[in-house]
Design a protein. Structure first.
Length: 76
């Protein structure tokens, strides 16, 4: 299923590897397998009401890297 990054929407930062804090630098973000990312996000969002926005979301790493590459390419 590929690898995922986890975005803390509430903090506006990415999860670091091994759930060791947060970073604003996507290149320092941790890569998580699907099942691990899903477990982390389910646990982090468990306390929320059903109609509340999620605080932690998993994002396919390939999509994130493609977006950042596209932004970089437009600047050069």
């Amino acid at each position: 299923m590929g690898m995922y990054l986890i975005l803390s929407v509430s903090k506006g930062m990415w999860w670091r590897p091994n759930s060791q804090g947060y970073t604003s630098d996507v290149h320092m973000a941790g890569l998580y397998e699907h099942s691990a990312a899903l477990d982390i996000c389910n646990s982090a969002n468990y306390h929320l009401q059903i109609d509340s926005p999620l605080e932690e979301v998993m994002v396919p790493a390939g999509d994130v890297y493609a977006l950042f590459k596209e932004r970089h390419d437009k600047k050069t």
